[in-house]
Design a protein around this ligand. Structure first.
Ligand SMILES: C[S@@+](CC[C@H](N)C(=O)[O-])C[C@H]1O[C@@H](n2cnc3c(N)ncnc32)[C@H](O)[C@@H]1O
Length: 478
């Protein structure tokens, strides 16, 4: 397994699990939200201890051996006396440091003693009021904090101000209004949920939550997805009855829209080519009303195994999980030219999810991107071969970089003239979803749409061509 696969695996796993648990963080995901305005119960004991806890976790995270989520999960497992509130505050501070690391490192260089401790103190400024934090600092540290917090960021370069590595800043500079995008990527994200349309209606659930104990999370319908609910904070979703009954799942709104682009119909054969832990598969299966056949492919049997409890909760009976080989898989070959719809939710840099995974900007590198792009192109080629004439291919990523998105699709279309691009906005409008887009792709940004950064392209295979098997082409029903 490549390093990228391992990272992606860890992120994907932590994203679903941690968000559901309302505890240990990520993508995909959720850390428990520290109650910033509530004064800590034992401020004098807590401040010094908390700074030390955050310093310890940061000491491990900043070695970049494992994703921040994984380090936090590991640390919490080893420190079982840490309660929900402790976990929330530690995670909040650590993620704040990861968001602002480049700028904070400049601040931390000023002054004496442990630089990691100073980073921990800076992270905790996002969690606690200053007077609480001061109870854990000595005179010198208080003076240092006063000084660095009074410094203006005006003269700093954009890369330092928004704390991104130079290589990423250069790439983002090519996108419209990079400043606004960077600002939004550095802000924490709300938590998006999705109803299971087979089991629940969104309005009914929102009405029930408005008058129940869930009211404190201020649940609201998401602006675009007809299945989405946005809540503020990080409740322990996996203990809620609606979650246990398979009525809700954790899923960012952008990912939900993907299912509307695939637009599977009852009785069709559909392939979710990179199904992972099954986040997209679940909604596709529900839109098919549990009919037809929905293959959930992935090269990682372990991830598919983690999807199984989700499939069971969902009540779907049309999903066929298959662990495939990275290339030349015989089961994939047998499906050539047969699927009505194929979704490629490609392994990617994840840079659109920095709100939830801020460590990715420090863990990704230009070299890892080159390898990822090669993998994406190979997957797209193999997946496309499964699409029947007249069928639909959707390529998606949670990256904001053109090389993983538009350029990837452009290269594919040049090499595969039998495929043509459909207008994603028009496909969504067919399902009653209006998203203002500036071109044929679905391009979502946190500053413009309130979602993670997300990309999708919808392509259709020409009806007239012969299937790869040489048999006469069968176009899907309109
Ligand atoms: C972005 S994740 C998918 C997330 C998943 N669709 C979900 O919604 O939870 C990308 C997935 O691609 C898988 N992958 C990597 N290389 C692959 C290949 N050659 N063929 C199929 N899947 C692959 C990874 O194991 C990973 O699970």
């Amino acid at each position: 397994m490549s390093r990228n696969d391992t990272r992606d695996k860890d992120r994907s796993r932590a994203r679903t699990r941690a968000a559901a648990e309302g505890g240990r963080r990520a993508g995909a995901g959720g850390r428990p939200q520290a109650a910033r305005n509530d004064p800590p119960a034992r401020p004098y004991v807590m401040a010094a201890a908390r700074i030390e806890q955050v310093r310890q976790v940061l000491g491990e995270v900043l070695q970049w051996k494992y994703p921040a989520d994984a380090v936090l999960s590991h640390w919490f497992r080893a420190h079982t006396n840490a309660g929900l509130r402790d976990r929330g505050e530690i995670a909040e501070a650590v993620f704040d440091v990861l968001r602002h690391l480049r700028r904070y490192r400049q601040f931390a260089e000023i002054g004496a003693g442990s630089g990691t401790r100073r980073l921990a103190v800076l992270g905790l400024t996002s969690v606690w009021p200053r007077e609480t934090l001061d109870t854990g600092l000595d005179e010198q540290e208080r003076a240092w904090l006063d000084h660095v917090l009074s410094l203006s960021t005006d003269g700093l370069s954009r890369a330092v101000r928004h704390s991104v590595p130079d290589w990423l800043d250069e790439r983002l500079a090519a996108l419209p209004d990079a400043e606004s995008l960077l600002r939004a990527l550095n802000a924490p994200a709300p938590l998006d949920l999705r109803i299971n349309p087979l089991k629940m209606e969104r309005d009914a659930l929102l009405a029930a939550w408005a008058s129940g104990p869930e009211a404190r999370w201020a649940a609201q319908a998401t602006p675009y997805s007809p299945w989405g609910i946005r809540i503020q904070g990080r409740p322990p979703i996996n203990r809620w009855g609606a979650f246990e009954r398979g009525e809700i799942e954790v899923q960012d709104e952008g990912s939900q829209l993907l299912a509307a682009l695939v637009a599977p119909r009852r009785g069709e054969m559909v392939i979710d080519y990179c199904a992972g832990a099954g986040g997209k598969t679940l909604l596709l299966g529900a839109l098919m009303r549990s009919t037809g056949r929905l293959y959930a492919f992935d090269v990682s049997a372990a991830r598919l195994a983690r999807a199984k409890p989700r499939f069971a909760r969902s009540g779907l009976s049309n999903i066929v999980p298959v662990a495939i080989a990275p290339s030349n898989d015989q089961r994939v070959k047998r499906l050539r030219g047969k699927a009505h719809r194929v979704l490629v939710d490609a392994p990617c840099s994840g840079l659109g999810t920095l709100r939830r995974n801020p460590d990715l900007k420090w863990r990704q590198h230009p070299e890892s991107l080159v390898q990822l792009c090669e993998t994406q192109a190979a997957i797209l080629r193999d997946a496309a071969a499964c699409v029947m004439p007249g069928g639909r291919l959707v390529y998606a990523s949670c990256s904001i970089l053109p090389e993983e998105n538009e350029l990837q699709v452009q290269a594919f279309l040049e090499a595969h003239p039998e495929f043509s691009l459909l207008d994603a906005g028009a496909v969504l409008a067919d399902r009653g979803i209006e998203v203002a887009l500036d071109g044929p792709f679905l391009r979502l940004r946190p500053d413009l749409h309130g979602t993670d950064g997300f990309f999708a392209a919808v392509m259709q295979r020409a009806k007239a061509v012969q299937a790869a098997t040489g048999q006469a082409a069968q176009a899907p029903a309109p």
